[in-house]
Design a protein around this ligand. Sequence first.
Ligand code: ATP
Length: 413
Amino acid sequence: MWIGIDDTDSPVGMCTTYIGAILVRRLQSEGIQVVDARLVRLNPNVIHKTRGNAAICVEAKGDIDTAFALTCACVEELAEFGAAETNPGVAVSGVQPPPDFYYAALRDFCNLGEAVEVLKSVGARYRGYKNQRGLIGATAAIASDFPDRTYELLAYRKREMWGFHRQVDRESLFFAERMTYPHTWDTVDWENDVVVSVPHTPDPVLFGIRGESPTWVTDARSYVRSEESACEQVYTTNQGTDAHLVPGTVGMLREGRSYLVRGTVAATPVTGPGGHVSFPLTDEGVEVRCMAYEPTKGFRDVVRALIPGDLVVAAGSYKGESLNLEKLGISRLADAVRVRPPICPTCRKRMTSAGTAKGYKCRACGARSRDPEIERLKRPIRPGWYEVPPSARRHLARPLVRGVPAWQQALYG
Ligand code: ATP
């Protein structure tokens, strides 16, 4: 059976993944065998999300009525019912719904009616609380399909520690990354010297280690020194897979979806207020604004080094009429040239313009030249793929250390 939960937390507490971890233990203690626990990230652009738009799916074997009762009890006990924006949903089905609804919730927007229709079509048991919005994520979770997957070990805090400063030894996190990278990633951000794996929100998560297998995340975890955890759960997840991205075309992008788009840089990037960098990307005469926000730090230097004529593929969410960059593939660099008046062959002094369309003239000897000096400049960047640093990476974004999928490489050319 597939058990889905969503929308149990609020900005001031709880986390749906924690309820998932507790549920796994309660199912097991009732003799229900847990086959897999999935942390399912959905469209990062939905407005009602608390933080990272996560839902949980537990795949299990056993009595479905017992599982449904346990799941509802768990949510009723732990969800933040007092918060206005918390609208939990629970769905349990003996048949996995087709993945279409998962892909719609991952890449697009869905409504409650559509979720309920899917649940009814597979004869699922389900319960929505308050306005029932959580049923959307719960349904997407049980319909989820991970052709590519990564893993996250989540360590949770003891209840008496919730809301207090997290005791996690910073050096041990850097050491864990050093010992296990590239099999784990985003525990820390070396370039910016920050810890990425310890949240600052008042939820039960102590830290999370992301990596390519349960063995690697568990190995990395063994190096971490911290306050004692209450429990730890390794989730199978679609994080770090780019599952949210689809190929897009400039001019055909839809608000709130995420794309990989090919185009040509149409003008020199500019740095605006707050340090955000933007440039227009063009394809077939249509333009879209690409943005690299201040938190993307050094990635902005790559963006600033672009010049008109560079051929790129840009990945990110299309929001507020701009494509917010997550990564960039630079396929072909345009020639950067400096056009100046030539040097006088007699006087060795630089000539000056003789007027519009009149060429150049040497002020010293009066010699004339029609052609300017064209200097080819060395570009500070090379073709290739570039990404935002771990501290600015979205959950679904695939780190380059995991490689570039074939469909993206094909668009890159
Ligand atoms: P956390 O990451 O801390 O678990 P969250 O960011 O996942 O919190 P939720 O509290 O789960 O946020 O809120 C997201 C809400 O949006 C849920 O009610 C979920 O059902 C709904 N939702 C998720 N994806 C979509 C979508 N594609 N279209 C419409 N609603 C969605």
